[in-house]
Design a protein around this ligand. Structure first.
Ligand code: G3I
Length: 359
């Protein structure tokens, strides 16, 4: 009997020793390295949650995650139900979270925070949202009706998440990319056409009204020029005066042939001068071809960004990469992330893990 038990025990020990290590288990952990300074996160698509190896790596490296698409209005606004409700109440707006459920369940089960992206955007928002009866062949609704729909949408989103996932979604991109890339303050969109130029302020007011206490509310944008940076800062300063914003999300979709380390530093300094919280919200650094030289340049830039984030640690809430691996990126073929398509760490990962080591 004892011999059998001993043999079984030895088999179990052998199997455990042979068991493959979870992906990333032997790597330095970014979330642990930067704990106490800021959270480190990643954007993930719905399909990633059925992949154990990817989820092992996410648990090992990150403490905040963002749905790459699944909490945007084209995933969350239930157009069919809203259309039916609009027959009696044109301001009705029904929401659903089936697309985001895998991410929300994973976060809740693993004690990982979620950053919501995004409540109000000119893109990935059903055209029907802006039309009478949710029928895009009919005229735009009035400003008052649209503000009513926006209120019911935000109320529905915040209510659902507070009921089903209390404390999981800790912050939101309330408005994404409202500032014009050219010379205007605001990009012309259905929001400016139907509500008017104050739609950003109204959105933040409603988010503040319905978000659970303590939820951090961000304006999020990409900043290809100092002109757009200044206009974004003007908008954020006006929101700050109304007390309805907590921070600025700087997407930082960069490239090895793009902004210099000097301009990246100046950009973050300017945003820090607003005196609000900062998120580096969608970091990726692309290249045309993954040559050794470009991978090295990428590593230097990732190290620089992490050093600048540390320099602003008193305001920095999180640094998030916009994708887990180079085979999951929206920038197909540009190798912009920390891990390659085989979940292997690139020089950029080790640079982000130990920025001081990068020359
Ligand atoms: O879900 C449909 C699928 O049913 C269809 O078969 C497929 C092919 O047409 O398209 C799928 O939708 C795609 C969606 O991603 C989900 O995969 C859209 O076509 C595609 O355009 C969309 O791209 C996303 C993009 O935002 C849209 O603007 C990217 O994944 C996402 O990474 C990117 O993220 C944005 C941030 O939200 C805001 N900042 C810029 C950043 C990069 O554009």
């Amino acid at each position: 009997m004892m011999r059998t038990i001993l043999s079984l025990a030895l088999c179990v020990i052998f199997l455990l020793l042979c068991a493959p290590a979870a992906v990333g288990e032997d790597l330095p952990s970014l979330k642990d390295i930067y704990a106490g300074s800021f959270d480190v996160g990643v954007a993930l698509p719905r399909g990633a949650f059925s992949d154990k190896a990817k989820m092992d790596l996410v648990r090992q490296q990150f403490n905040i995650i963002t749905p790459e698409n699944e909490m945007k209005p084209d995933s969350v606004l239930d157009v069919g139900t809203s259309r039916a409700l609009s027959r009696t109440d044109e301001t009705a707006a029904a929401v659903r979270f089936d697309a985001a459920k895998p991410l929300l369940d994973f976060a809740k089960a693993n004690g990982i925070k979620v950053h919501g992206h995004t409540l109000v955007w000119h893109s990935q928002t059903p055209e029907e949202f802006f039309h009478e009866g949710y029928d895009k062949s009919r005229p735009f609704v009035t400003r008052e009706v649209m503000l009513g729909r926006l209120e019911n949408y935000i109320k529905g989103v915040m209510g659902y998440l507070d009921r089903e996932y209390p404390g999981v979604v800790v912050s939101w991109d309330v408005v994404n990319e409202a500032v014009d890339d050219g010379g205007l303050l605001l990009r012309i969109s259905n929001w400016t056409k139907v509500v008017g130029d104050d739609f950003v302020h109204r959105a933040f007011e409603l988010a503040r009204k319905y978000a659970p206490e303590g939820t951090l509310l961000y304006y999020n944008d990409y900043l290809p020029s100092t002109s757009k940076l200044e206009r974004a800062c003007t908008l954020v300063e006006s929101l700050k005066e109304e007390g309805c914003i907590d921070g600025f999300g700087n997407q930082m979709h960069e490239s090895v042939t793009g902004k210099s380390t000097w301009s990246l530093t100046a950009e973050l300094n300017r945003i820090a001068n607003l005196g609000l919280k900062i998120r580096i919200s969608e970091l990726d650094i692309g290249m045309k071809t993954p040559t050794e030289e470009n991978l090295k340049k990428q590593a230097v830039l990732y190290a620089h960004v992490m050093q600048q984030a540390l320099r602003h640690a008193d305001q920095m809430e999180a640094v998030q990469v916009w994708g887990l691996t180079d085979s999951m990126t929206w920038r197909t073929g540009e190798s912009p992330l920390l891990f390659d398509g085989k979940l292997q760490p690139k020089p950029a990962f080790f640079a982000a893990a130990d920025p001081e080591s990068v020359q």
